[in-house]
Write a protein that binds this ligand. Structure first.
Ligand code: DX5
Ligand code: ZN
Length: 221
């Protein structure tokens, strides 16, 4: 077991929406590796966040890769809009449509890295037929839709099972965890095999973003 150096991806969902460019600059200066962008449609999940126009506006304010988590259904018709707006990684839930393999092909054709997102209730087997197509597996440790929820501990076993699957096949796939990640839960994610951690509240809710990012990363080391 592991693994690649731990990457930290602050989730913009917990930022001050009235000061987005400043917030993005602050987490980048604080050592963040990727910027996680949660896209919610009020249908696939019971909340609405923001869309490609916000990505486009922020793109020139940061060099961080845009790690885009689509919680929308259907998903295919909007992939181009997010790629054009500056998405580097596009991740979606296989439940969003009947043809997840086709969606992965479409994301690759747009020149983006592709990711599959597993809800707490979605089995690991869902990704098995598509391992050759994915660059990132995003394991949800909360049910998607809201920031600030409690980490679901039962997901640690699933993270470990995904790590086993990745290592057994020798796949170059990042294993990212999303939901309730803080300096306490981060080490448990890493021990279970995660190499990339999303954190919203634990970063943007902290008084010092650099200290928070460091605590999540090094708590995890
Ligand atoms: C939840 C989102 C998460 C969320 C994480 O649907 O996918 O990325 O912003 O927020 P925290 O870190 O506060 O649980
Ligand atoms: Zn997310």
């Amino acid at each position: 077991m592991p693994q690649l150096p731990t990457l930290i991806a602050p989730s913009l969902l917990a930022a001050d929406f009235a000061r987005l460019a400043e917030e993005v600059a602050a987490v980048e200066a604080g050592g963040a590796d990727w910027l996680h962008l949660d896209i919610m449609d009020g249908h696939f999940v019971p909340n609405i966040s923001f869309g490609p126009a916000v990505l486009k506006a922020l793109r020139r304010h940061t060099k961080m890769p845009f790690d885009v988590h689509l919680m929308i259904a259907p998903v295919d018709y909007l992939l181009g809009a997010f790629a054009d707006a500056g998405a580097d990684h596009i991740m979606f839930h296989p439940e969003a449509g009947p043809h997840p393999h086709r969606t992965l092909q479409a994301i690759k054709a747009l020149g983006c890295k592709a990711g599959l997102v597993l809800n707490p209730g979605t089995p690991v087997s869902m990704v098995e037929p598509m391992l050759d197509m994915v660059d990132i597996i995003l394991a949800m440790s909360v049910n998607p839709g809201f920031g600030g929820q409690k980490f679901i501990v039962s997901q640690l076993d699933k993270i470990a099972a995904i790590r086993t699957l990745i290592d057994a096949g020798g796949w170059e796939i990042r294993l990212e965890v999303d939901g309730g990640v803080d300096p306490t839960t981060a080490p448990r994610c890493i021990e279970s095999g995660a190499d990339t951690l999303v954190a919203g509240t634990a970063v943007f809710g902290a008084p010092d973003y650099a200290a928070a990012i460091s605590a999540i990363r090094h708590g995890a080391a």
